[in-house]
Design a protein around this ligand. Structure first.
Ligand code: DX5
Ligand code: ZN
Length: 224
């Protein structure tokens, strides 16, 4: 199980330090929640901040950009050039999904498709052979610290079956990433559903403990 720390609940005035804390705790992905105040009702950061983060943290960490923006089709290359290795785009935020995922791969990044809680799984199935990851939102996007929506189970199980069938036919393996409300108490259940990659924000960056201590609790939940 890949754990991708979401910096949304980190201290954004100390972004590099908080990311470094996660990397020092043994994590190698960083989930970067990019919000435009338009597709979602919140605003975070864009390519200049990501570029600075890349130069502060070096080339090792995987920068996983979750683009919650309206114009991803026009500006995905700015995020790749700023240092993102992976780009996930929302089905509802692009006009031509197949064209966008193909273009992102040609632009030099791996690519994911994001399903909101109200988005049917079929949208991702249509492009499953072209992508590296499906991000299943288990909260409505825009804010950290929300509660996990359990109805995503059916969507995750259906995706997992479709991916297994694709791999059995010699097709590409696709990660299932879940984002929103993932904590130590539900992460083992998600693995059982077929999830291979969990975004964790407030479960890692909170005032109860430091990232290493919180990660230890999550690892214990996964090995119990
Ligand atoms: C929500 C973001 C998530 C979120 C995760 O729009 O995509 O990455 O910040 O935070 P938690 O784990 O606190 O739900
Ligand atoms: Zn996210």
């Amino acid at each position: 199980m890949i754990i991708a720390p979401s910096v949304l609940t980190a201290d954004l005035a100390a972004l590099a330090e908080d990311c470094r804390e996660a990397l020092d705790a043994g994590l190698d992905w960083l989930h970067l929640d990019v919000m435009d105040g338009n597709f979602v009702p919140n605003l975070t950061f864009g390519p200049p901040v990501i570029r600075s983060l890349r130069s502060a943290l070096g080339s090792e960490p995987v920068f996983d950009a979750h683009l919650m923006i309206e114009n991803a089709e026009q500006c995905y290359q700015d995020y790749i050039d700023a240092g993102c290795n992976h780009i996930s785009i929302h089905v509802e935020a692009v006009k031509h999904l197949h064209r966008a995922v193909t273009a992102i791969r040609e632009g030099g990044a791996s690519v994911g498709v994001v399903l909101n809680p109200g988005t049917p799984v079929e949208a991702a199935l249509e492009v499953l052979s072209e992508i590296d990851l499906v991000l299943v939102m288990s909260v409505n996007p825009g804010f950290g610290g929300q509660s996990f929506i359990p109805q995503v189970e059916a969507k995750i199980r259906q995706l997992s079956q479709a991916i297994d069938a694709q791999v059995a036919n010699g097709g590409r393996p696709v990660q299932i990433q879940v984002d929103g409300g993932v904590k130590a108490h539900n992460i083992a259940m998600l693995r059982e559903w077929g999830v291979t990659n969990c975004v964790v924000g407030s479960g890692l960056f909170n005032d109860k403990a430091n990232v290493a201590e919180n990660l230890d609790i999550i690892h214990k939940a996964l090995s119990a």
